[in-house]
Design a protein around this ligand. Structure first.
Ligand code: HEC
Length: 155
């Protein structure tokens, strides 16, 4: 690795360390809500076109499915930290998160890891490129969205 690149690498590592430290220190409830809503916006953005292909509304494109599925998987791992204690509807004006998330945390966490697991399998299926397998796994992943929304998100 040349010296210049190494310098940049080091600088960005230091930068990342700073960001991690900052986000670990009690985020403001409004900021946490904004963060998780952004994560879900990215999830929805990438999940929707896969759904449209599965339903035959747009042409099936294996490469596009693989790309979108990767973002969904990545974001599935980023969502949980957007729900720190005290960031529920009593502290945040614009949120659809129900208070049950925090009174029933274990169940919420389980719902999240179910989603993470199915999203990871969707990426795997997408890499395989088999349309039938992708369709089946899309359905299973969508079930985990619905299960959590039904219980933990306001309509
Ligand atoms: C473990 C629970 C859980 C899972 C799994 C989950 N969601 Fe959500 N989702 C929520 C909650 C809670 C909110 C409301 C967040 C808020 O308003 O603070 C939300 C909000 C959203 C939003 C609205 C974001 C905005 O602009 O406010 C979209 C879109 C969304 N989810 C899509 C999905 C999709 C698609 C999946 C599955 C691929 C999914 N979610 C899986 C809990 C979940």
């Amino acid at each position: 690795m040349n010296k210049k690149l190494f310098g940049i690498g080091l600088a960005s590592l230091v930068g990342l360390g700073f960001l991690t430290a900052a986000s670990a220190s009690d985020p403001k409830p409004e900021d946490a809500a904004k963060y998780r809503q952004s994560v879900y916006t990215i999830i929805g953005w990438n999940f929707k076109p896969i759904g449209a292909m599965v339903k035959g509304e747009i042409p099936f494109d294996a490469a596009a499915v693989a790309r979108h599925a990767q973002y969904v998987e990545l974001m599935s791992k980023a969502a949980l930290e957007g729900f720190p204690k005290g960031s529920g509807p009593d502290a945040v004006k614009h949120t659809e998160a129900k208070p049950e998330i925090w009174t029933n945390w274990d169940k919420f966490e389980t719902a999240m890891s179910n989603f993470e697991e199915e999203a990871a399998k969707l990426t795997e299926a997408a890499k395989g490129g088999d349309e039938g397998a992708i369709k089946a796994q899309f359905g299973k992943t969508a079930e985990t969205c619905k299960a959590c929304h039904k219980e933990f998100r306001k309509d």
